[in-house]
Design a protein around this ligand. Sequence first.
Ligand SMILES: NC(=O)c1ccc[n+]([C@@H]2O[C@H](COP(=O)([O-])OP(=O)(O)OC[C@H]3O[C@@H](n4cnc5c(N)ncnc54)[C@H](O)[C@@H]3O)[C@@H](O)[C@H]2O)c1
Length: 279
Amino acid sequence: MRDNVDSMKSRHAIEGRFRQRVAVVSGGAAGIGRAVVEELCREGAAVGFLDVSEAGTAVAEELGAAGHRVAFLRGDVRDRAFCAAAVEEVLGRFGRIDFLVNNAFSFTSKGLDVTHADWERVFQAGPEAFALLAQLVAPAMRAQGGGGIVNVSSISAFIAQPNRWTYNAAKGAVNTLTKCMALDLAPYGIRVNSVSPGWIWTQEVDKAAGGDRTRWEPVWGQYHMLERCGEPVEVAAAILFLLSEDASFITGADLAVDGGYRSLGSEGIGKTSSFAGSK
Ligand SMILES: NC(=O)c1ccc[n+]([C@@H]2O[C@H](COP(=O)([O-])OP(=O)(O)OC[C@H]3O[C@@H](n4cnc5c(N)ncnc54)[C@H](O)[C@@H]3O)[C@@H](O)[C@H]2O)c1
C-alpha cells in the first residue's frame, strides 16, 4: 500500500489529462491543497492558487522552475476583495477557468466555549469563502460551457467529536452547500462534488502529534480500516478524478477518502472484540 503512495508522490512527468485546462485552488501552499496544485500541474493544467501563507512563493517557484504554468495569489479567502482580484488575475493570466478546488479552511475547534468571533472565522473561511469563489468562477465556466468544482469536506461533517462544534458544523454546511451548488450550476454544465478525507498526515495532524508520527500513526491509524493515516496525494487523486471526464455523470456527491473510517461502527476494526461469529 505504502509503495503505491510513494510511487504516486514521485511522479513528475506531465501526463496531460488536463492540458489546456485552468484551475483555481484555495489553500495551495501546504498539505492537501499543495498536493492538488502539484498533481494538476503534473497533468498539464495551469494553476492559480490562493493562500494566506508566504510558503506559497517557494511552491510556485519550484513548480515554475519545472516548467509548469502556475500563479501564487497571496491573501486570505475571508477577504472578498482579495478573492475577486485573485480570480481576475487567473483569468487575465491564463484566459479561462475550468476547475475550482475549495480547500482552505479554519481548523478552529471549539465546543461549549465557542465565541462569536470563532463562528465568524470558521464559517467565513469555510462555507462562505467556498460559495464566494464558486460565484466568482461560475461566469467564466458558464461562458466556456462547463467546469468542475470540488469542495474539501471531512469525516467530521458526519460525526460527533469532542469540542468540535465549529469545525464539524462548518464541514456539515459544506456538504449541504455542495448539493445546492450542484443543483443550481448543473444547467451550465458545472459539476460540483465534495471529498471527505479521514486523517491525512499534513502539518495540522503533525502538529497534534508533536511531530512524532512513529508514535501517533499507529494510534490514529486504528480509526481507519486500512490502519493508517492518509497522504495528501491520495486525496488529490480523488479530487482530480472528480474534476475529470471520468466523473462526467457525478454531481452533488460526496466521495469518502478515508481509508474506511466512516464505514466502521463502534467496534472499530475489531481488535478488542472477541466475538468472531458462529462457526
Ligand atoms: N489533514 C486532515 O486530516 C484533514 C482531514 C479532513 C479534512 N481536511 C480538510 O482538508 C483541507 C486542507 O487541510 P490540510 O490538512 O491540508 O491543511 P494544511 O494546514 O496543511 O494546509 C492548509 C492551507 O490552507 C491555507 N489557509 C488556511 N486558512 C486560509 C485562509 N483563510 N485563506 C487562505 N489560505 C488559508 C494555509 O495557509 C495552508 O497553506 C481543509 O479543508 C481541511 O479541513 C483535512
